[in-house]
Design a protein around this ligand. Structure first.
Ligand SMILES: C[S@@+](CC[C@H](N)C(=O)[O-])C[C@H]1O[C@@H](n2cnc3c(N)ncnc32)[C@H](O)[C@@H]1O
Length: 276
């Protein structure tokens, strides 16, 4: 493999304490898009054809083609992760009633046009579920690489079928720390939703590769979960909902008003006032 503009050490960008990443155009036609993205994210553009399993100079590759996908490198590299709200698993989750618990936790049905701040948006799956249930969702994501996947997924949803367009129309992305997202007077917030960790939820290949990616990217990120909960509880909202693994303790040992339990997940609901 040949490297352009990417001799080890040169052009490397720290994402967390030690992560480095490069952008790989899927084809020469995507070179200009890759360069623009490279400037925005301050990342080097690598040669077309750079393969994750052969790459040793970088920890992560952001593949840039019709959409974006992010992949860990190395011989055992899992597949690339992308945000695709129209994917079969999102549709299946909707039809199989898996979204009901999350809807109940945030209070869907208790107030029309519920406004939710997803303060840990990640790949936007929970945000999309909430928007599909009719909520207006402000997604906050502070990791620049995850932001780029999310922003790409949202842009493709806006160009998708009428269902995707309608749901995506209720989603807005704030690229930064949720505690710093500006609040306008005409920007109501009813609920803050937190999913700070990425626990093992099922063993499907798709979830495994997402988990591996998040565990790598967020290895230095876990210390402030309790701080985020205390920030959320101090905001002028009716509820704070925290997603937890079913058997985990309460975040920062703070007892919620009630919990909604499923097989793979638990939602701890802190009720601060009535939803009205
Ligand atoms: C476990 S993931 C969330 C997964 C998400 N619920 C989903 O459905 O895809 C947690 C995400 O929260 C982000 N995050 C953590 N603290 C944050 C903060 N204070 N502001 C914005 N994003 C934050 C992390 O970068 C990470 O992407």
């Amino acid at each position: 493999m040949t490297w352009h503009n990417c001799s080890p050490g040169a052009g490397r960008v720290a994402l967390a304490r030690s992560n480095t990443a490069g952008i790989v155009p899927a084809d020469p036609v995507y070179l200009a898009t890759a360069e623009t993205l490279g400037e925005q994210l301050n990342l080097p553009v690598l040669p077309v054809g750079t393969v994750a399993r052969d790459c040793i100079e970088f920890d992560l590759l952001l593949h840039c083609g019709d959409g974006l996908s992010l992949q860990l490198t190395g011989r055992r590299a899992p597949g690339p992760v992308t945000v695709d709200f129209g994917a079969a698993d999102m549709r299946h989750r909707r039809q199989s009633g898996h979204n009901e618990l999350l809807g109940r936790a945030v209070g869907v049905g208790k107030k029309s046009s519920l406004h939710v701040v997803d303060a840990t948006a990640g790949l936007g799956r929970d945000s999309f579920v909430l928007a599909d249930l009719g909520c207006h969702v402000l997604m906050c994501e502070r990791n620049p690489l995850i932001q780029s996947l999310l922003s790409d997924g949202l842009a493709r949803a806006v160009r998708g079928d009428s269902w995707l367009q309608e749901v995506a129309g209720r989603m807005v992305l704030w690229q930064g720390d949720s505690t710093l997202a500006p609040q306008r007077v005409d920007d109501p917030r009813d609920v803050i939703y937190l999913d700070p960790m990425f626990p093992a939820r099922d063993k499907s290949a798709a979830v495994k590769k997402e988990m591996a990616l998040f565990q790598f990217l967020l290895q230095d990120d876990n210390q402030d979960q309790a701080g985020l909960l205390h920030w959320a509880l101090a905001q002028d909202v009716a509820r704070v909902v925290v997603k937890r693994p079913p058997k985990a303790g309460f975040l920062d040992e703070l007892k919620p008003s009630h919990s909604i339990k499923g097989k793979a997940v638990r939602y701890d609901v802190h009720v601060l006032r009535a939803l009205a």
